[in-house]
Design a protein around this ligand. Structure first.
Ligand SMILES: N[C@H](CCC[C@H](N)C(=O)O)C(=O)O
Length: 286
């Protein structure tokens, strides 16, 4: 019996340097198991930060339902950079605007230039009950207890459908991401782990950002983290509600609109398209 994923087309792309695979599972009732996502990540050339699996839409008017995988096989509720890549992929079918559903809700995309897309990431969630925190706190300035050596004493918690902890620092480049990142991702305050951002306010409309992603590690860009950071900075009075957020792999423009929606605009790059081989999944349940 051939594996259901044998010969499936898969796109390798990046969004501002965030490494993305787009796997089209529409028309196929197959839900990728975590070990299948890990098997794809281990295949030559297919390492990813996030894998965006497209499924048939569940609601009338939607273009697809998406499941988003981290490299460790865990699921994410949101991925801004990957969503722009999906927008590019479906633009090849003539769709310049999309409505997509994820586990965390509905998001909309719009093409603004050949390789630039805007995503309406929805409303940020700012209340501790909506963010996977282990206790009731003021999410604008959560005390990091127990403290972690080298990390600021406080952070802001914002959910964009996935949990983000934003630490404001004077020098983002100086942060030892490879040591602080995992310590904070797994901090006891976060029962579901968290994406960790280190943000340096350069000007009220210009933020430098480095991110350690839950389930993946250091990435060259993280769209939902850029959104969470802008929201946290605006709430703290450190930034306007619109800013350029500069990440190692490229710039994103983030706007927290008056209607509470967060709009992320940024680039995508297509790298190559290939097909999966069923042999990748030998030993993994189909
Ligand atoms: N890179 C993605 C976010 C991935 C978040 C994921 N690591 C999680 O577990 O929430 C982005 O562009 O928004």
């Amino acid at each position: 019996m051939p594996h259901p994923l044998d010969d499936r087309p898969i796109l390798r792309m990046n969004g501002a340097g965030n490494e993305i695979l787009v796997l089209d599972l529409r028309g196929l009732g197959h839900v990728l198991a975590p070990q299948e996502a890990r098997a794809i990540a281990a295949a030559p050339g297919l390492r990813f930060d996030q894998l965006m699996a497209l499924h048939d839409p569940r609601a009338a008017g939607d273009d697809a339902f998406m499941r988003i995988y981290n490299i460790d096989g865990s699921l994410a509720g949101a991925c801004g950079n990957g969503t722009r890549c999906v927008a590019w992929a479906l633009a090849r079918e003539g769709k310049e605007r999309l409505s997509l559903e994820t586990a965390a809700g509905r998001i909309e995309t719009r093409r603004v230039a050949e390789t630039q897309f805007s995503v309406d990431m929805g409303r940020p969630r700012l209340d501790w009950r909506e963010i996977p925190l282990s206790r009731e706190v003021d999410t604008r300035a959560v005390t990091l207890a127990p403290p972690v050596a080298g990390a600021p004493a406080q952070f802001s918690a914002v959910s964009m459908g996935n949990p983000h902890a934003v630490f404001f620092v004077p020098d983002a480049v100086a942060i030892p991401l490879e040591t602080l990142g995992p310590a904070l991702e797994h901090h006891p305050l976060f029962p579901e782990r968290a994406n960790i951002s280190f943000a340096q306010i350069v000007a009220r409309n210009d933020i430098l950002l480095r991110v350690w992603e839950r389930g993946t590690g250091a990435t060259r860009a993280c769209g939902s983290a850029a959104c969470a950071t802008l929201v946290a900075a605006a709430r703290a009075g450190l930034a306007e509600r619109q800013a350029r957020v500069r990440l190692p792999g490229g710039d994103l423009h983030i706007e927290w609109r008056a209607d509470d929606h967060v709009i992320m605009t940024g680039p995508v790059e297509f790298e190559f398209e290939t097909r999966l081989s069923g042999a990748l999944f030998e030993g993994a349940p189909a």
